[in-house]
Design a protein. Structure first.
Lengths: 266, 291, 358
């Protein structure tokens, strides 16, 4: 059963068509990847789901709910969490505080209750911390719990961002290049985590990734984009051997293969 | 005739605001910093002229003093960048704003110590005589202000559009690191901008002092000029000038036609309206952060 | 070096992390309570002044230090607090009710003002608020029936539970009133920091885009920050006006807001301690300078603001974390002695990359 549906979605920046008449659907419980050369519009699709951009045409629905009726901050409440390509953490806060922001959608207390820290706030805080500790345990972040983000290495930040998204207890997780800039070992960890996120937590994952090794290991289905339009869709093996995909990669830039190996960043 | 008279005197005032606003925009365009001390720069430039020209101080010839004052202010601008602002490299815009506000305090203090707190008049050859045509009276100083402002704006605009240094300044402002990699000496370019801002402030100061009295809190017109720059649109030189003219023209009309007490409100009320409805000024640039 | 083993989530949640911290602050509170019997009435007045500035400073700190929005217009809200308080008192409300209500009203008006200002970022917000501060002066003159115009107000008599709060006859009454207010505001501030709203403030400050993705309503959070900040500033302004004895349109001019902003930066942006340390500097600097100029037999007009500006420049250049940041570094150095290294405190080199397109 499909959880997220994009139907004929089009987005233009000025005269440039970033995404052109794209339709896709992500089923509940699967890991779905968007691949494609740089500038194909992958992150733009994410930003439309997050409602940072509004498509000029088309529909996006999540579990039957029309996302275009919601504003950016309401998306998390519906159960969609995301990470960012160029890590957007709260720099001057600790790892714990970052994850607790992820719990924001689960708060119930009002402003006066928070001002005077009444019983319910205290009780909720305990629950938030319990939930966050589970995520910390799952992603092995214990050593960094009270560290400021500003001093953390890149690889750890990447994991903290994943943790923050998981702390929201989402139904759909959007991962924007989860493995970019990570070492071989860190990419391996990421692979097992994505597997566990799907199997143990039952969270549906939609990701953008350049590392075809990772994609073929964790994904059920892949959609290849080029110039904002769909090239091919299917299992990782099918998409990789699809002639249009090969042409898009080799035709547009032969160097993208080496760039993929290094885990490029835009 | 009455309207024309108000318009012309407003225009002359507006040109001074516009010149100070040009200084704001100049620094903003090139360094992405906002120099809240620009008004105090103007005050200092004017006082340097007073110090050079007025008989109780050095009593130099006006036309000899002008280049000296310009050079002094350029040096001061460059030194400020070298000694203070260069250490702020890469820090947030807010930190720079607060730093320059503090700098304004210090400049006001130093000017007070050197030239005193009494209002002064610059012995300026521009301040002599009025011109009248068809019932409209315009002082020589007002005419000089308008002419000099138009010339300054043209020169600066050409500078940013045509010269290599001007283009380098724009590049340096938009992405410091990329500009570095392209071989632009970012720090020296920024020093040059501060020197240029000092010169523009000095010109504004000389014109301001030629039009009327000067004291150490004259620098507060910097706030009005800043409002003007925002109204016109930060980051646009012609916009800054237009903003200055708008504020300058609004003031005499508000003073004439609004009840007492309401007239000072006009420029700031306009600023708030512009900020609410056209947050990036009348000559707006659209911006969306890419994630 | 002390170690603190956490055994329950409450260790992170409660006001004081451990008994050591608790006892430190308990001792500080005892000293503050005993202060009227330790120092003479002149210095007690100065300490009262420090506490008043601290209350207003905490207000601005919540907005600037916690939420990252720079306001140069808080003097307008301090004035609003002072005038509403006096008007409520003249309408017959008891002082405490009028005082708290003044805070609430200022907060609500502040939140309403924030709504159009929300779209503005950085410098644009600063100039917007600066314009408010300058306009406040003119509005006070225009709204003469409520404000007394240029003649201003003389502070009415203040009675709290049958005790007269009088600056001259009983300076300790004023001291305890401001101490109580400062503690009240600090407690609310602290509670907010350990609640979801406080974390939402930090989220908005550090990355609006990911705050949104986490479900934080950026506009609402900023409005709340602005409202709360103005409420505190209103309380501070009411105290400042009443403590001065008389106030008019020039008491709360825009330079007060600039001074307030400089104060919290010198103290340390983002720390509660910073508001208090900054207030100490701002209140005692004039004293210190007048003693210094007396000793040197010179008079320098405008020295205060000049020195204040220089101190601020020095802090921004050499210690952007302010006095409290300096103290934290000293403490770390002492705790680690002799293992602290210089480069532990080095700031990361950064490049400014703007979002400007042209």
């Amino acid at each position: 059963m499909s959880l997220l549906d994009l139907n004929g979605v089009t987005l233009k920046f000025g005269g440039v068509t970033a995404v052109n008449n794209l339709s896709m659907s992500v089923n509940e419980g699967e890991v779905f990847a968007l691949v494609g050369p740089n500038g194909a519009g992958k992150s733009t699709v994410f930003n439309m789901i997050s409602r940072f951009y509004r498509p000029v045409r088309g529909k996006i629905s999540f579990d039957g709910e029309n996302l275009l009726n919601h504003r950016a901050h309401e998306i998390a409440n519906l159960g969609i969490a995301r990470t960012f390509q160029n890590i957007e953490l709260f720099e001057r806060a600790t790892v714990l505080e970052n994850l607790l922001v992820g719990r924001h959608r689960h708060r119930k207390s009002s402003l006066p209750e928070q001002m005077f820290f009444m019983g319910r706030v205290r009780q909720e805080e305990r629950e938030h911390r319990l939930a966050v500790e589970e995520v910390i345990e799952f992603l092995d972040l214990q050593a960094y719990r009270d560290k400021m983000i500003a001093g953390l290495p890149y690889g750890v930040r990447k994991v903290v961002e994943l943790a923050r998204a998981l702390a929201t207890k989402p139904r759909l997780l959007l991962l924007d290049e989860p493995a970019s800039g990570l070492s071989v070992e860190e990419t391996q960890d990421m692979r097992w985590w994505i597997d566990d996120i799907r199997r143990q937590m039952g969270i549906t994952v939609l990701m953008v990734e350049h590392d075809m090794g990772l994609v073929s290991k964790v994904c059920d289905r892949v959609l290849a984009l080029a110039d904002g339009a769909k090239l091919a869709e299917g299992t990782p093996a099918e998409v990789q051997s699809h002639p249009a995909v090969i042409e898009a990669y080799l035709g547009t830039s032969a160097i993208s293969k080496t760039a993929n190996a290094k885990g490029e960043r835009v | 005739m009455d309207v024309l008279q108000l318009l012309l005197s407003g225009l002359a005032n507006g040109c001074v605001y516009g010149l100070v606003a040009l200084g704001f925009v100049l620094i903003y365009k090139a360094t992405e910093a906002v120099n809240f001390a620009q008004g105090d720069f103007m005050m200092l430039g004017a006082f340097i002229m007073v110090g050079l020209v007025n008989p109780q101080f050095m009593g130099l010839n006006f036309w000899l003093a002008v280049p000296i004052a310009l050079i002094l202010m350029a040096t001061l601008g460059y030194l400020l960048d070298l000694l203070v602002l260069r250490h702020m490299f890469g820090q947030s815009q807010t930190a720079v704003v607060i730093l320059t506000i503090a700098l304004g305090f210090v400049i006001r203090f130093i000017a007070g110590v050197i030239w005193g707190h009494e209002p002064q008049n610059l012995h300026s050859p521009l301040a002599l005589g009025d011109v009248r045509f068809g019932g409209v009276v315009l002082s020589m100083a007002d005419i000089a202000v308008i002419v000099v402002t138009v010339i300054m704006t043209m020169l600066l605009w050409q500078f940013f559009q045509r010269t290599k240094l001007g283009l380098a300044m724009q590049a340096a402002s938009q992405n410091q690191m990329a500009a570095y990699y392209m071989g632009i000496p970012v720090k020296r370019v920024q020093g040059a901008v501060w020197a240029l801002a000092g010169v523009v402030a000095c010109v504004a100061g000389i014109l301001y002092a030629s039009k009327g009295t000067l004291d150490i809190s004259s620098g507060f017109i910097g706030i009005k000029a800043f409002a003007a720059a925002v109204i016109g649109g930060f980051g646009s030189l012609p916009g800054a000038l237009m903003g200055g003219l708008i504020v300058g023209i609004i003031e005499p009309f508000a003073a004439r036609y609004l009840p007492a007490g309401y007239s000072q409100i006009a420029p700031y009320a306009l600023l708030i309206i512009v900020l609410v409805f056209r947050p990036h000024g009348l000559f707006a640039q659209v911006r969306v952060k890419k994630v | 070096m002390r170690f603190h083993f956490k055994t329950s989530y409450d260790h992170d949640i409660r006001l004081f992390p451990d008994w050591y911290k608790f006892s430190l602050y308990a001792v500080l509170l005892l000293i503050l309570l005993a202060l009227p019997w330790i120092i003479d009435s002149f210095y007690l007045g100065e300490v009262t002044n420090v506490l008043i500035w601290s209350v207003a400073g905490l207000g601005l700190m919540l907005l600037t230090g916690q939420t990252g929005q720079v306001s140069l217009g808080h003097s307008a809200f301090m004035a609003l607090g002072a005038y509403t308080c006096v008007n409520f008192m003249e309408a017959g409300l008891p002082f405490l009710a009028a005082f708290l209500l003044a805070g609430v009203v200022t907060g609500i008006i502040g939140a309403l003002v924030a709504i159009p200002a929300l779209k503005l970022h950085g410098v644009y917000l600063s100039i917007f608020t600066l314009a408010l501060a300058i306009l406040a002066d003119d509005f006070i003159v225009i709204l003469e029936p409520w404000t007394g115009g240029v003649n201003g107000y003389f502070a009415p008599e203040i009675w709290v539970f049958g005790i007269e709060i009088n600056r001259w006859a009983a300076p300790e009454t004023w001291y305890f009133l401001t101490l109580g207010t400062a503690l009240f505001v600090t407690l609310i501030y602290r509670n907010l920091l350990r609640s979801p709203l406080g974390r939402a403030f930090a989220a908005v400050r550090d990355s609006e885009i990911s705050a949104q993705a986490m479900g934080v309503d950026v506009a609402r959070t900023k409005t709340m920050a602005f409202g709360l900040s103005c409420a505190f500033a209103g309380l501070g302004g009411a105290l400042m006006g009443l403590f001065a004895g008389a106030f008019n349109n020039e008491t709360f001019n825009f330079l007060i807001s600039i001074q307030l902003l400089m104060m919290i930066i010198i103290g340390g942006l983002g720390f509660i301690h910073g508001a208090f340390l900054g207030a100490i500097v701002i209140a005692f600097l004039p004293q210190f300078l007048s003693i210094a100029t007396d000793v040197l037999h010179i008079t320098v007009p405008g020295l205060e603001t000049g020195v204040f500006g220089m101190i601020l420049i020095a802090f921004i250049l050499f210690e952007p974390m302010g006095l409290y940041g300096r103290w934290l570094k000293m403490r770390t150095w002492l705790e680690l002695f002799p293992f602290a290294r210089r480069d532990m405190f080095r700031r990361q080199k950064s490049y400014l990359k703007t979002e400007r397109l042209r």
